[in-house]
Ligand binder design. Structure first.
Ligand code: ADP
Length: 267
């Protein structure tokens, strides 16, 4: 029996296959000690397969011989296939896998192989860091709760507002400029509005890249994973709507943040 560990820049994710299905656990990467203690308690009899940028650090701290390091992209793509199968997307062809972690990476998943297509530094780390600089709050759950009632229209400039009643050449509800409506003259927006706009920026950046990647790879489906979607209905909603506007089918699997850990466990 195996356990998979995905040690990322922000969170350490663990996935274990049991008779009752997958069991998940995650820890802030900053609290590595707690994660090591948990693994030493719950995974003593399991072979551990580790992936992610902090995999070697975990390996050094675990002091065990039976550890396997797995490349990050093959782990997340294999894990995504498994999750999608379990969620009933059985006849899914090739797709773009957009992983919105601390940063964002895009892979073209072809059968059981994958090809890295690039990424952006705009991701979950931006959500926390930029929101933190604006509001002084750096706590993920507080931020996404706060954003729930935020309004973006005093901060973001839509295409329709630039065209002021004229017919624009592209849909008017698209964002022409993220943060482009903020000015010294306008009343200062609330923290909720600011965080909502940061989430809009992240959502639209990762979706725009995904749309271009899907066009290049000639696929119609984009699978969005990564912990940035956890309990984050605003990010989920904008990404879903914007992908559909481009004729793509977006899928945001439940437990998508554990793709890397699942893929590692299956390797
Ligand atoms: P990585 O593998 O790079 O650590 P993840 O897929 O785990 O990336 O996503 C990290 C992002 O998920 C964070 O930047 C943050 O936006 C979001 N997030 C979700 N839950 C938490 C949490 N409990 N603590 C911190 N960030 C979280």
């Amino acid at each position: 029996e195996k356990a998979g560990i995905d040690a990322g820049g922000t969170l350490c994710k663990v996935a274990m296959q049991t008779e009752k299905g997958w069991v998940y656990q995650s820890f802030p990467t900053k609290q590595m000690k707690e994660c090591i203690r948990w693994l030493n308690t719950h995974c003593v009899h399991r072979h551990l397969c580790i992936t992610g940028g902090k995999a070697s650090i975990i390996r050094a701290k675990l002091k065990r011989q039976d550890l396997t390091l797995i490349p990050e992209f093959s782990a997340s793509c294999a894990g995504a296939r498994e999750l999608l199968n379990n969620e009933g997307h059985t006849s899914l062809g090739d797709f773009i896998l957009t992983n919105v972690g601390t940063g964002t990476s895009l892979n073209h998943v072809k059968g059981m192989k994958q090809e890295w297509m690039g990424g952006t530094g705009v991701g979950g780390g931006t959500l926390i860091g930029l929101s933190g600089l604006l509001t002084g709050v750096y706590d993920y759950s507080k931020l996404i709760q706060c954003a729930e009632h935020g309004k973006r229209d005093s901060i973001d400039l839509t295409v329709a507002r630039i065209y002021e009643g004229e017919t624009p050449p592209i849909p008017g509800d698209l964002t022409a400029s993220n943060f482009g409506a903020a000015s010294a003259e306008s009343i200062s927006p609330s923290p909720a509005d600011q965080v909502a706009s940061v989430i809009g920026l992240v959502a639209e950046t990762v979706t725009s890249l995904s749309v271009l990647a899907a066009q290049k790879a000639e696929v119609k489906t984009v699978v969005y994973i990564g912990s940035s979607f956890v309990d984050n209905s605003l990010l989920q909603g904008i990404v879903t709507r914007y992908s559909r506007q481009w004729g793509l089918t977006p899928i945001i699997p439940e437990h998508g943040s554990f793709c890397g850990a699942i893929g590692a466990a299956l390797s």
